[in-house]
Design a protein around this ligand. Structure first.
Ligand code: NAP
Length: 248
């Protein structure tokens, strides 16, 4: 039985993970900004728990960094020392609106990059002296290359990607796993406004299963589903002189 903190627990992908983790007997500390959604999740997860596990909730807007340290302290108080942290919150910006507003762009960078970096830094400092723990963060394939249709989101996810590379390098000698999760298109509330969903689309459950497998196997970087590794390899190799002319 391990203790797992999930930031952005009400996200569709995180919810899929929680169902597997509760079935596997783990204790959960769920952080989200919507108290009603968290309470519904907690009731559902407690009904599914078979080993009298703890499921606790905390509300916070994760763009307020001053909440981060107290959240870790609260989780340690109610669960005991955490073993795994999953950072799952995020927002898909309106790219055109961001182009017209520096404030909106900075807000999206704060949600998708800076708040994540703050939470990962605190997790690292918690785990490093103990020489154990897993920090899993949901990034995106969008962070692999900037495209005109979503480069604010892509830049934030790319920043997190590079940050986690460095963190992984720092923490390897302390045997701490730093997992970067890179989903492709996933059918969740975040993408509900996109009308046509084709063969490349995955369900939150598919991605949740991939995350659980990657955490259990102490992986470093996973593309989910796996074929995105190949797609992004091709996309990364397109020369910039050609890439800048494509409508992507
Ligand atoms: N869907 C995709 O195609 C896709 C692809 C690649 C990566 N991802 C990433 O996967 C992760 C999960 O997203 P999802 O697809 O599961 O979408 P989702 O269901 O819309 O979840 C997004 C979550 O982020 C939370 N959130 C946003 N801003 C927050 C803030 N300031 N403080 C606290 N919570 C905040 C939302 O809280 P509320 O419930 O209160 O709104 C929601 O729970 C995100 O990091 C996303 O970037 C998604």
């Amino acid at each position: 039985m391990s203790n797992i903190i999930i930031f952005g627990a009400t996200s569709a992908i995180a919810r899929a993970c929680t169902r597997d983790w509760i079935a596997a007997g783990h204790n959960l500390f769920l952080v989200g900004r919507n108290a009603d959604k968290l309470e519904i999740m907690r009731t559902d997860l407690l009904a599914r728990s078979t080993q009298g596990q703890v499921v606790e909730i905390a509300t916070a807007d994760l763009n307020d960094f001053s909440t981060h340290e107290p959240l870790y302290a609260k989780a340690a108080e109610v669960l005991g020392m955490p073993d795994t942290v999953l950072v799952a919150h995020g927002s898909l910006p309106d790219q055109k609106a961001c182009e017209a507003s520096v404030d909106l762009t900075m807000c999206e960078i704060r949600t998708n990059a800076l708040s994540v970096i703050s939470l990962a830094t605190l997790a690292a400092n918690l785990f490093e002296p103990r020489r154990e723990g897993t920090i899993a963060v949901i990034g995106s394939v969008a962070g692999d290359r900037g495209r005109q249709s979503n480069y604010v989101y892509g830049a934030a996810k790319g920043m997190v990607d590079i940050f986690l590379q460095g963190l992984r390098n720092r923490l390897a000698k302390a045997s701490i796993t730093v997992l970067t999760i890179k989903p492709g298109f996933v059918d969740t509330p975040m993408t509900a406004h996109i009308p046509t969903k084709g063969a490349l689309w995955a369900t939150p459950n598919d991605i949740g299963q991939g995350i659980i497998h990657a955490v259990n196997h102490k992986r470093d970087v996973v593309y989910l589903p796996w074929f995105w590794r190949i797609i992004m390899l091709i996309i990364r190799f397109i020369p910039e002189a050609i890439f800048k002319r494509l409508s992507l």
